[in-house]
Design a protein around this ligand. Structure first.
Ligand SMILES: NC(=O)c1ccc[n+]([C@@H]2O[C@H](COP(=O)([O-])OP(=O)(O)OC[C@H]3O[C@@H](n4cnc5c(N)ncnc54)[C@H](O)[C@@H]3O)[C@@H](O)[C@H]2O)c1
Length: 259
């Protein structure tokens, strides 16, 4: 496919899980993907190249303005543009209110919300300086969560941070829409990446732990999500087909948040 041919796209959290699947999908659709992660994204980039796509890995902390500036300089180098950014880096976890320390609050807000803020600010700065293509200067996709809509038991900092990501999305879409920047968010449901406790057993042997069984029972569509479900949503939101959708939250959760 060549739907994204000639496009330069930055994906954070690209070393694993959803970020890896998104990177593979966007590169397969023809984009050059800058794969950003705290740790090495070499495996992701090798998989892209093995599939005939184009990607480069940059180790960077998406909470750091200096690191993020380095990322955008590299991403804009080949074409002078950054066409889209997928702010995917994040981490599930947290506690209930009385168990939440000041340090935990800062850490989860940083990784789940500050990352999106720092990346979005840098993206908008670059995008404002580039020409429109069919009325669009750039597209930004933020990874929220179904848990930014519904409050899960015992994950205060995560759910508050993801709710912030949803509001950041709306606010930036409103403030920069007239400049040709589209900003949207994805709210994944429970997605089985194989990287979290119990998931490898489920994928390899069909063994289901209590948390996974609850997620399955709670999902109206009757299966759990897979990373390609999220990659497909991201591929639409960064594509030319997405031209009048902005400030939106797309749940990709098999209907979890429908009731
Ligand atoms: N997997 C799910 O079921 C699910 C559901 C809802 C939302 N999400 C969201 O989707 C995103 C990806 O989830 P995942 O399950 O693939 O997570 P994951 O933990 O498998 O991967 C996240 C990646 O982000 C990287 N990262 C963390 N902090 C970073 C930083 N400061 N700078 C750069 N990279 C950083 C990590 O190194 C890791 O490689 C997260 O934002 C998560 O909250 C996931």
């Amino acid at each position: 496919m060549t739907a994204l041919a000639g496009r330069s796209i930055v994906v954070t959290g690209a070393a694993a899980g959803l970020g890896r699947a998104i990177t593979l999908r966007l590169a397969t659709d023809g984009a050059h993907v800058v794969a950003v992660d705290l740790r090495s994204s070499t495996e992701t980039v090798d998989a892209v190249r093995a599939a005939g796509g184009s990607a480069e890995a940059i180790e960077a902390d998406a909470t750091s303005s200096a690191d993020v500036e380095r990322v955008f300089t590299a991403a804009a180098a080949p074409t002078g543009r950054v066409d889209a950014v997928v702010n995917n880096a994040g981490r599930f976890g947290g506690s209930s209110l009385l168990d939440t320390t000041d340090e935990e609050w800062d850490a989860y807000l940083d990784i789940n919300l500050r990352t999106a803020f720092v990346m979005t600010r840098a993206a908008v700065r670059v995008m404002l300086g580039q020409e429109e293509r069919d009325g669009v200067r750039g597209r930004i996709v933020n990874m929220a969560s179904q848990l930014g809509i519904t409050g899960p038991p015992g994950a205060l900092t995560y759910s508050v941070a993801k709710a912030g990501v949803i509001q950041l999305t709306r606010q930036v879409a409103v403030d920069y829409g007239r400049e040709g920047i589209l900003v949207n968010a994805i709210a994944p449901g429970r997605i089985i990446t194989g990287d979290h406790p119990g998931e490898r057993d489920y994928l390899d042997h069909g063994t289901i732990d209590a948390a996974t069984e609850f997620s399955l029972m709670r999902t109206p569509f009757g299966r759990l999500g897979v990373p390609d479900d999220i990659a497909a949503a991201a591929a639409y939101l960064v594509s030319d087909d997405c031209r009048f959708v902005s400030g939106a939250l797309l749940p990709v959760d098999g209907g979890w948040t429908a009731y």
